[in-house]
Design a protein around this ligand. Sequence first.
Ligand code: G1P
Length: 273
Amino acid sequence: MIRKCLFPAAGYGTRFLPATKSMPKEMLPVVNKPLIQYSVEEAIEAGLTNMAIVTGRGKRSMEDHFDVSYELEHQIKGSDKEDHLKGIRTIMDSCTFSYTRQIEMKGLGHAILTGEPLIGDEAFAVVLADDLCLTEGGDGVLAQMVKLYKQFRCSIVAIEEVPMDEVHKYGVIKGEMIRDDIFQINEMVEKPATEDAPSNLAIIGRYILTPDIFDILINTTPGVGGEVQITDALMQQAKEGCVLGYKFKGKRFDCGSIAGFIDATNYCYKTFY
Ligand code: G1P
């Protein structure tokens, strides 16, 4: 079944400058946990055990986060501060981490293709850490999607209704409703102008992809913004076979934007602390 989760995490995080000048945006903490840790926890909860991170220059602190810190651990040994590290220790004991670097920023499709050596020839999940997805009880968003994959065996994207004046920030889909929360996609456009958007169903940063996506990505020409878009590759996959859009249960915070990040922080502080 699905074992591997790819985290494209090489982007610059320009919307958070200067905070992200020398610190990866994935390490920004929502309350006291970095965004990438929330994502890894969601993947573990979905039963995934191999975390594959596509990183870039200046992003080493992510690797250090999921490793032991001998000096620190030695310092706090025996004190109640040790409790703060229990969560991360459990993560390190329940999965493996592998890394590869994206040398040039050529888009999300290119980042996913860069991860191919870590994934190989099997279906896998993709999580964009700056879309923080939370559920209160019940399955996490990725766990919901892994269950769907077991049933449908094709690529799946998480979708959410957004206001029409925000569709230009997302990949947008249109499809035939096959269950009240599942669409078989027949149209997909990356960052359309409001008037060109086929609907207000936006793709959120959670994907299950079948491995034939890599061959499609190799031949995908750069699209919007001059970047290789996963949305364009998925549209090709939808034409040749089937791609589903899944309206997930749960809350999503766009932590790539300051307003979304603040909302997430307030929500997590109230809900979990
Ligand atoms: C990416 C995808 C887009 C998707 C979005 C979700 O865009 O290209 O299709 O809707 O993630 O967060 P980005 O936010 O990286 O520009």
